[in-house]
Design a protein around this ligand. Structure first.
Ligand code: 13P
Length: 248
């Protein structure tokens, strides 16, 4: 089976005081066993080491990005090697905010995923359509092209979790319906089956992101092809514990 996966993407939020509060809430919360759920939180780079050292060991950390190749003269970037050196196991790549605001292309995201994996990181790779693309009926085409650009550059999906995050649902409170999420997740699984292998289709976790909350997580997580969540806003709140419990 595919172990339920709940990621908390803190994005560009938080002061040291906020971070202390979030960590102590997570440390005090009653969580399902690690046999049932894998939990990963993703603080901004500047808080990564302190969060990693202060968090309970059942919760792992992820960086929100890393450089596309070996570090060097790339001012302002953080390399995959640095994350490995710090003992950070995960990285989020291809988030729609970076695709849209920082013009990361499908190919660039594919290169980043490949490089991060080659260094031993595990990757939460994000795909998702805009509202315009959904309304034009091209959702599956868009997410398949984003997934293919990654598949073209990697040889194993073992260390990848695929996050389906419809852009129109991110930070809007307009969550995808369970049926809408299920449809795309099933489509992606079918894409894996037809283009990669039945094994990759059966084992790769496909998680949903976009306005996930304590009140909608149960129904979303109950869909057969929804293997967890990537949570933004609600991951900064005590509500994140309730979302993790949706794994039960
Ligand atoms: P929200 O949960 O705030 O909609 O953000 C989702 C997201 O982008 C997680 O990566």
């Amino acid at each position: 089976g595919r172990k339920f996966f709940v990621g908390g993407n803190w994005k560009c939020n938080g002061t040291t005081e906020d971070v202390k509060k979030i960590v102590s809430t997570l440390n005090a919360g009653e969580l399902p066993s690690t046999d049932i759920v894998e939990v990963v939180v993703s603080p901004p780079f500047v808080f990564l080491t302190s969060v990693k050292s202060e968090l309970r060991p059942e919760i792992q950390v992820a960086a929100q990005n890393c450089w596309v190749k070996k570090g060097g003269a790339f001012t302002g970037e953080v390399s995959a090697e640095m994350l490995v050196n710090l003992g950070v196991p995960w990285v989020i790549l291809g988030h729609s905010e970076r695709r849209a605001l920082l013009h990361e292309t499908n190919e660039f995201v594919g290169d980043k995923v490949a490089y991060a994996l080659s260094q031993g990181l595990k990757v939460i790779a994000c795909v998702g359509e805009t509202l315009e693309q959904r309304e034009a009926g091209t959702t599956m085409e868009v997410v398949a092209a984003q997934t293919k650009a990654i598949a073209d550059k990697i040889s194993s999906w073992d260390n990848v979790v695929l996050a389906y995050e419809p852009v129109w649902a991110i930070g809007t409170g307009k969550v995808a319906s369970p049926a809408q999420a299920q449809e795309v997740h099933a489509g992606l699984r079918k894409w894996f089956e037809e283009n990669i292998s039945a094994d990759v289709a059966a084992t790769t976790r496909i998680i949903y992101g976009g306005s996930v909350s304590g009140s909608n997580c149960k129904e979303l997580g109950g869909q057969p092809d929804v293997d967890g969540f990537l949570v933004g806003g609600a991951s900064l709140k005590p509500e994140f514990i309730d979302i993790i419990k949706a794994a039960e």
